[in-house]
Design a protein around this ligand. Structure first.
Ligand code: UDX
Length: 443
């Protein structure tokens, strides 16, 4: 059993802390959002992540998981301290590392207090970058702590990037393909072998810089796979080929793999867009122009414009037309709307003077904070009522089970654009709809 501290109780920190507590470690989670901490102390998780609330409640009850707003308490009581704060994109695409710096300073200041008042011989601390950070961040963390905390504080810095997907984060924690850890010495390696011992997955030990690059390189590669198949979908549109058949034919090759070859309105979320930008930015700073990733971004933007083009082909003039949008979250099984392709498409339709109505099983409250002027339907049928066009923007399972005969009666015109190639277009055509997917033959 280890004493673990988590700084930042967001999607990454809270999952990491709760799951480490489930593995019988003692975990204290800190966040600077006092409201969030208050909710968490009562077992309320302020975002939707399947299974997380149960684990948090159980570990609170088992007295293995604690919440606080004091970093001093966390540093004093923890041997391993995970930095899980946000690293959002700055306006110029660079990762904003001010929260990582702030956490490093707070850790150093807390170490000072321990040094003064604690006669304990072994006050060793392991500081771990869990947040996605550009290469060389670990050196900055180490230097910041060395400058602020006096010599004689015994600590190491390591990088342990997460590969959690929203909507399956718990499963991804306990059943990862691999665990990546960047360490400086054998002592750190031993600690990671201990805390990850219960997890049946290979641990790949590297130096800190390589671990930092593995994260950016992995996410950028996945984003590139998505943009690649989206580019192929555009060629399919020109010749009437089927992008899903192409993805199947490609994916059967074990060197390519079937996953992340789903064409659609593009990738969103709090990671891919941010990580691709940050990787381009740090590469430029190091003197490498990452043109390949710039094209990944460009293709991803194009996919939203294609939906507008398709809508125009159906509706002729877009002004004052009623557009129903099914799905707001950046992907199903989450309420997260950060960089959601659906919201980007909605903004494009609003710019065309359209009236937009929308529904999402989980992400409506989050969207209302950003787009208060939209019509938020009670369900998909409410959104379909009077609409000229229906767009499937997020592939929530419940949209597959809709009664489309009822939808047909509710709509003003029979047009459907399936932005995620999720629906059975042949079946919809039989019900009288005029519909299209992305990179699919018109039905
Ligand atoms: C991603 C990485 O998968 C994860 O390893 C990392 O730790 C965090 O970022 P996440 O952003 O939660 O996870 O979701 P993911 O399932 O990867 O999907 C990201 C976006 O890509 C979504 O908008 C999704 O709709 C889109 N996507 C995904 C595609 O458009 N096509 C695909 O084939 C797969």
């Amino acid at each position: 059993m280890k004493k673990i501290g988590i700084i930042g109780a967001g999607h990454v920190g809270l999952v990491t802390g709760a799951c480490f507590a489930k593995l019988e470690n003692s975990v204290i989670c800190v966040d600077n959002d006092k409201e969030k901490i208050k909710k968490l102390k009562n077992g309320v998780v302020p975002f939707y992540e399947p299974g997380l609330q149960d684990i948090v409640r159980k570990q609170l009850k088992n007295k293995r998981l604690f919440f606080s707003d004091s970093i001093d308490d966390l540093v004093e009581s923890s041997e391993i301290i995970f930095i899980c704060v946000g690293t959002p994109s700055s306006a110029d695409g660079r990762a904003d590392l001010s929260y990582v710096e702030q956490a490093s300073v707070q850790i150093a200041r807390a170490l000072n207090k321990i040094k003064k008042f604690s006669s304990k011989k072994n006050n060793y601390k392991l500081i771990v970058e869990k947040s996605t950070v550009p290469v060389l961040t670990g050196e900055w963390v180490k230097r910041t702590i060395e400058v602020i905390a006096p010599t004689g504080i015994d600590f190491d810095v390591a990088a342990n990037p997460e590969f959690l997907r929203e909507g399956s984060a718990i499963k991804d924690f306990f059943e990862p393909d691999r665990i990546v850890v960047g360490v400086e010495n054998e002592r750190t390696k031993k600690i990671f072998n201990e805390i990850y011992k219960p997890i049946d997955a290979p641990i790949i030990f590297t130096d800190v810089k390589s671990a930092e690059i593995i994260k950016h390189a992995s996410n950028s590669f996945l984003a590139m796979k998505i943009s690649y198949i989206n580019a192929i979908s555009q060629i399919c549109e020109k010749v009437g080929a089927d992008v899903e058949m192409i993805a199947e034919g490609m994916g059967a090759d074990s060197r390519i793999g079937r996953s992340f070859l789903k064409a659609g309105i593009g990738y969103g979320g709090s990671c891919f867009p941010k990580d691709v930008k940050a990787f381009i930015s740090i590469a430029a700073e190091l003197g490498y122009d990452f043109d390949l990733l710039k094209d990944v971004e460009k293709i991803n933007t194009q996919q939203k414009n294609i939906v507008i083009k398709k809508a125009r082909e159906f509706l002729w003039n877009l002004k004052d037309k009623e557009i129903g949008v099914l799905g707001l979250a950046f992907k199903p099984e989450t309420d997260d709307i950060r960089e959601s392709p659906s919201l980007e498409i909605i903004k494009l339709f609003l710019n065309e003077g359209c009236i937009v109505k929308c529904y999402d099983p989980k992400a409506m409250e989050n969207t209302k904070k950003f787009l208060p002027g939209l019509y938020y339907g009670g369900d998909a049928y409410d959104v379909a009522r009077g609409s000229h066009l229906l767009i499937l923007a997020t592939e929530w399972e419940e949209f597959k089970k809709l009664n489309f005969d009822r939808i047909m009666k509710l709509m003003r015109m029979p047009y459907i654009i399936d932005g995620r190639n999720f629906l059975d277009l042949k079946k919809l055509k039989k019900s009288g709809f005029i519909c299209c997917g992305i990179g699919k033959k018109m039905e």
